[in-house]
Design a protein around this ligand. Structure first.
Ligand SMILES: C[S@@+](CC[C@H](N)C(=O)[O-])C[C@H]1O[C@@H](n2cnc3c(N)ncnc32)[C@H](O)[C@@H]1O
Length: 343
């Protein structure tokens, strides 16, 4: 069993299924020659994982862990699969409570709508804007935006992972009185009506990851965003990606009729967020790993537990991991970007 590659985006695995999946992964390491997860910094090479498998596992784990406690004992369910950033001082007062366990992810979503041009547009529409999010995860961000950021908006949240969309339908859709729709789909193949979105939101969606290039998937993703947007509508996009990938993406967006309005670099604040989130991540990862009896299999279990711990922490860009270092040394940068559909 290769958990990095063989799980399905169509499945929402139960806790019992997860127990067998983890145990099979541990046992399959007998005679394993190549270790896809670096024991130094948790790095996993692009060719050694499939994003569908990784997210399927993560969202099933988040759901099966349910409510947990952060390092201070505050209860929450892990729904923001977001690195986020600390709120930049120059943006004014921090809109999220400083003891909220998921405050950095909440900043990332709130920050998408902080641009003066966005505020002006929303006000001209009398606050009644329609948002399509491509890569919404569990919908934690969609819920925050509907509840606090744009309380009169309507919102369609799309993700390719069934387990994430199920969480959105269970936890967030029912409390928003029909304003939030959760759609399970690959965002490169959406059938949502053309020209229906005032905003297309993209918050840390796992695309545009290849250094220095715009892949075919990225192009399809951007073309879909463009197709869904109203004339004069906006793409609001935040992420930490290879620094060398931003410019090719910006150039591509211009070729399909999008105009760059503003770009904000929050890499420094994103590193601060990872530093300040380290204790919460540690508690969460330990809590998760201790639930799985596969890691108690004599001999093999301990080694695989370490691999799982490092891979999870790298995924969260935890201090000391490869992805954290990439953000610290500028290989990756976190930007919040605003483009407008002009043609
Ligand atoms: C790091 S997570 C961020 C999720 C969410 N935006 C959040 O901040 O919690 C990346 C997400 O991108 C989604 N994703 C990647 N490619 C996608 C695609 N082509 N269509 C829909 N979702 C996609 C994944 O399923 C995953 O949920």
């Amino acid at each position: 069993m290769d958990i990095l590659k063989s799980l399905s985006r169509k499945s929402d695995y139960s806790k019992t299924q997860l127990q067998f999946i983890i145990a099979a992964w541990v046992l399959s390491s007998i005679g394993e020659k190549k270790k896809p997860i670096s024991l130094k910094d948790g790095d996993v090479l692009e060719e050694d994982y499939d994003k569908q498998s990784i997210y399927s596992l993560l969202y099933s784990i988040y759901r099966s862990m349910g409510e947990v406690q952060d390092e201070h004992g505050t209860k929450y369910e892990w729904t923001f699969n977001t690195w986020g950033y600390s709120w930049p001082a120059s943006w004014g007062a921090d809109p999220i409570a400083s003891n909220d366990p998921q405050r950095f992810g909440k900043h990332a979503y709130t920050g998408l709508y902080q641009f003066p041009a966005v505020k002006e547009y929303v006000s001209k529409q009398n606050n009644k804007v329609n948002i399509v999010e491509m890569g919404c995860g569990t919908g934690g961000g969609a819920h925050l935006v509907c509840k606090d950021v744009l309380p009169q908006c309507t919102y369609e949240a799309v993700d390719m992972q069934q387990a994430a969309i199920q969480t959105c339908k269970r936890k967030f859709v029912p409390v928003l009185n029909g304003r939030l729709v959760a759609t399970w789909a690959d965002a490169t193949q959406l059938t949502i009506k053309e020209g229906s979105a005032d905003f297309v939101a993209v918050c840390e969606t796992h695309v545009t990851e290849m250094p220095g290039i715009v892949t075919d998937e990225d192009k399809l993703f951007f073309k879909t965003a463009h197709r869904l947007m109203k004339q004069g509508g906006y793409l609001v996009w935040g992420n930490a990606i290879p620094d060398s990938t931003w410019k090719p993406c910006f150039d591509y967006l211009e070729t399909i009729g999008m105009k760059q309005i503003e770009v904000r670099d929050v890499t420094k604040e994103a590193v601060i967020a990872r530093d300040q989130d380290e204790a919460r991540v540690k508690v969460y990862v330990e809590h998760c790993l201790k639930q799985f009896w596969g890691f108690r299999i004599p001999g093999l279990g301990k080694k695989k537990r370490l691999e799982a711990e490092l891979a999870l922490k790298n995924f969260y860009r935890d201090p000391g991991t490869n992805l954290y270092e990439n953000m610290k040394n500028g290989t990756d940068s976190y930007k919040v970007v605003l483009f407008q559909k002009v043609a």
